[in-house]
Design a protein around this ligand. Sequence first.
Ligand code: CTP
Length: 399
Amino acid sequence: MLQDKNIVIGITGSIAAFKIPLLVRLLKKEGARIKVMMTPAARDFVAPLTLSTLSEHPVLIEPFDPDDGSWNSHVDLGRWADLLVVAPVSANTMAKMATGIADNFFMTVCLSAKCPVMFAPAMDLDMFRHPATQKNIEILQSYGHIMIDPAVGELASGLHGEGRMEEPENILAAIQGHFTGSGTLAGKKAMVTAGPTHEAIDPVRFIGNHSSGLMGFSIAEELASRGAEVTLISGPVNLQAKHPGIKRIDVVSAEEMYKACRRSFTKADITVMSAAVADFRPESPATSKIKKSKATLSIPLEQTKDILAELGKIKKEDQFLIGFALETDDEESFARQKLESKNLDLIILNSLNDKGAGFKSETNKITIFDRSGKIEEFGLKLKSEVAKDIVDKIVDHIK
Ligand code: CTP
């Protein structure tokens, strides 16, 4: 996919630099030509020899060699690149990139490169959240630079939070998405939920449902193939996301799905909630296996959060929110009620009365309702085809 693409990787002084040799290998395997440049501080975190061996090019750090006066042309390197990926980017280098400081070879390349620029921040939670850093991110994005969002997790400081550089596999996916993502939804972020949730009864049993996740995965693939950057939040399923533009987050319970959705939702332009979330969960799951000593067993249940309704409450004007309604009776009236009560832009009705529609099937039959009262009914189709119809509708509405 990256055959003959020229990519410059810029490494700055951050502990996450140790992951870049793997990124270089992954990119080379995809056929890209790689040149690596480093800030002087980055040398302390990863050996230039490792990177020059993997990239098959000398690593560029200094503007010239003081012994023989030979120099590295920052302009040539900037012109050679189809893409500049600054990863990891420290708070310090982001500040310099935002203000146009050019005090070393690396910064002169950043300033003279005419190609698209991606940057993958890596820093501690409080540094990332500082208004100065956030302002610098806004400035870089206003130049058209693309941020590869940092992940949430354990940080080198021992703290836990946002600021971890995204893993090399996901940076690769973002780069691939950049080169392929020139479709109608390029630049849009989408979030999709898929699959069932499992609610623990005890350590070995759960309450679940028959959702295979296929509808949600098909929608995620379709959104990604039109250029959207997709976060797919999936319950336990036996499916693989194929498109490199899809970032998958696996969850088990409704509560975990809720938390993952809350984290991603604020950034999503388009959200499609196709998961079959459990409406109830055991009030207090047993900590050890329940034995069959009694003749009968009652398990008190409590309601889970309605994730879609919660997102509907915080949805902003420019966010587009789509829900599903799975009904057996009085379908149209329930679908319309859910469209209103959950503050949705579209609702997709699946009737369990339609043959070939629903959970375990490869096919589905849907009706789409919008806020203006328009209803569109579709025939029985493969779920991949249904996903196309749904995404066409989304594109029509957000245009
Ligand atoms: N949904 C959700 N969180 C829940 C339950 C449902 O986000 N706890 C979402 C589903 O992903 C779907 C929509 O809400 O997009 C409708 O789900 P459905 O099961 O049809 O309806 P419910 O709202 O659960 O209502 P009821 O079970 O009473 O029909």
